[in-house]
Design a binder for this molecule. Structure first.
Ligand SMILES: *Cc1c(COP(=O)(O)O)cnc(C)c1O
Length: 353
């Protein structure tokens, strides 16, 4: 604290991202990165663009990138927004579309950045408890609200909602903005992007960090009716004209062009997820159903904290949340390559035996 600080800074409790260890020997299964590198076409484009014209500012509107995303999703370019990671899209959405007189709604167990944005932008919120099976029950959201946001699949549970359920919410809540955070949609969950032309209050965010192996590039996007996108553009152009650098713009375009590579990797992750689920079940773990590139699981006898520590001793890093109490026995484990999952399973076998 300091007498020079502004009023908001003093009370802020920032988001803490998962550890990025210096020790490269660690098997890193803690921040849901993709175990496979970006497409060779992406790396090639980056190399081609590492030249003198980096002295020039990038296209402030990322028009080529928006065009390729629009074509990819069969939308107009005015329905597309791009940002420095999807966290930035979310931040702008909170600021531009969710700051209302009535409180906004999100699950009590979800992406822990949401309450941080609410604090930063002074937005009132209410947390709706997950049901006894850790599901988001969207009927619980049919109350007065200034907006609704949830990830699909949810984090850190990994549990997906069907498109039918998401549309049910849109049909019954047409007075406020509904944000679907699809950071993990690429691993077998249906996207609500198809509903954008039908519901003017829907906005969907996606990320290049997980399915597209570009967490290090910081790229995200949002899709909605042009009217909602215009609100985000106003915030963006009042904050930073050039959020997406030249290399990020070309990488993203190349990544979208190489759909085959992307789909193959997502399928490999889904296959490794199935393997890990089967093996953990045999070792008496409870595993929540996952539509993401991670699973949320707890053992019958060994506590989450002990498992986390024992894995760490064996140079495997996973994510453990101390609070809330209800999830403190669970671990969130990122799905890696099949080889990495074999190694993880053999280490866990030793710990729980
Ligand atoms: C990873 C993640 C994000 C942010 O992704 P970036 O594009 O890397 O900023 C957003 N929402 C959820 C639920 C996530 O897990």
């Amino acid at each position: 604290m300091s007498k020079y600080w502004g009023n908001i800074v003093e009370k802020l409790m920032p988001y803490t991202p998962g550890e990025q260890p210096k020790d490269l020997d660690l098997l890193k299964l803690n921040t849901n990165e993709n175990p496979f590198g970006p497409s060779p076409r992406v790396l090639n484009e980056i190399k081609k663009n590492c030249k003198d014209h980096l002295r020039l500012y990038p296209d402030p509107e990322s028009l080529e990138l928006k065009k390729s995303l629009a074509e990819h999703h069969n939308l107009s370019r005015e329905s597309v927004f791009v940002s420095n990671g999807s966290d930035e899209s979310l931040a702008f959405i909170f600021q531009a579309l969710l700051k209302k007189d009535k409180p906004i709604l999100f699950p009590d167990i979800t992406y822990s950045f949401y309450p941080v944005y609410c604090q930063l932008y002074e937005i009132k919120y209410e947390q709706i408890p997950l049901d006894q099976n850790f599901n988001i029950n969207l009927d619980d959201y049919l109350v007065e609200n200034g907006g609704i946001i949830f990830p699909n699949p949810n984090a850190p549970t990994g549990i997906p909602k069907s498109l039918k359920d998401v549309e049910g919410l849109l049909i019954n809540n047409n007075h406020s903005v509904i944000v679907v955070d699809e950071a993990y949609v690429d691993f077998g969950t249906s996207s609500a992007i198809k509903l954008i032309n039908k519901y003017e209050n829907l906005i969907v965010t996606q990320s290049f960090s997980k399915g597209r192996s570009l967490a290090g590039m910081r790229l995200g996007c949002a899709f909605a009716n042009p009217n909602l996108i215009e609100a985000l553009n106003r915030i963006k152009n009042s904050f930073n004209s050039y959020p997406i650098d030249r290399l990020a713009q070309t990488s993203a375009i190349a990544s979208i062009a190489d759909g085959v590579y992307f789909e193959e990797n997502c399928n490999k992750v889904i296959e490794a997820r199935l393997y890990l689920q089967e093996q953990l079940k045999i070792m008496e773990f409870d595993i929540l159903p996952s539509g993401a590139n991670f699973i949320f699981t707890k053992h019958k006898n060994v506590s989450g904290k002990n498992l986390f520590n024992e894995l760490r001793k064996n140079k495997i890093l996973v994510r453990h949340f101390n609070s809330p109490e209800r999830i403190s026995n669970y671990l969130r484990i990122t799905i890696g390559t099949m080889n990495q999952m074999h190694k993880l399973v053999s280490v866990i076998k030793e710990i729980v035996k």
